[in-house]
Ligand binder design. Structure first.
Ligand SMILES: [Zn+2]
Length: 187
């Protein structure tokens, strides 16, 4: 058995109790999303429960894809892949992109992030080698400047994707990180 950190040990301990208690029975749901909906949102910890509760989503209702900034970076990256699977295989007909206020990805600077990673133990030599091997290493940690513009850009990337059916409705919103209020973003 590997030695886990105290946090992971706590998780495992909770997991054993959860399974034994039978509480999982309350979460039974089909794999196909009942609301035929996929939501792209940020990984922010404040959204863990706020997002599904503010949107009225129960287990089984929607495909929830969470990445930093709710940003779709690559036309052939993991987020687009997940959305296309959701549409092609799982009956999704609606996609919502939901950015949030006070997002940590807003104003994020790649150079600063690389400095932080160096402080976390990645040598400058390794960083420079990574950038030399693939220039994206020096820029892909950049964030965005304006939340609404970023949501709109992600909506356009989904709508205009060559493999996305035109019948799929794609909309963009911001969510207030405190109140959970959704505000539409015009695209
Ligand atoms: Zn965020």
């Amino acid at each position: 058995m590997p030695a886990y950190s105290p946090v992971v040990e706590t998780v495992l301990e909770h997991n054993r109790a959860f399974v034994e208690s039978g509480a999982w029975r309350d979460h039974a749901a089909p794999g196909r999303p009942a609301k035929q909906l996929a939501v792209v949102a940020c990984m922010d910890t404040r959204l863990t429960r706020l997002l599904p509760e503010a949107l009225g989503l129960e287990n089984g209702d929607a495909k929830l894809i969470k990445v930093a900034g709710a940003t779709i970076m690559e036309p052939y990256g993991e987020v687009m892949r997940s959305l296309l699977v959701a549409v092609a295989e799982l009956g999704v007909t609606d996609i919502m992109v939901v950015g949030h206020t006070r997002c940590g990805t807003c104003g994020m600077e790649a150079d600063h992030m690389l400095d932080e990673l160096e402080r976390a133990g990645v040598s400058r030599e390794r960083i420079e080698r990574a950038v030399a091997e693939d220039p994206r290493a020096g820029s892909f940690l950049n964030g965005f400047a304006i939340l609404e513009d970023e949501v709109a850009a992600s909506v356009r990337k989904i709508r205009e994707h060559p493999l996305m059916p035109e019948s799929v409705r794609v909309s963009g919103f911001t969510i207030d990180i405190e109140t959970g209020r959704l505000t539409p973003v015009s695209v």
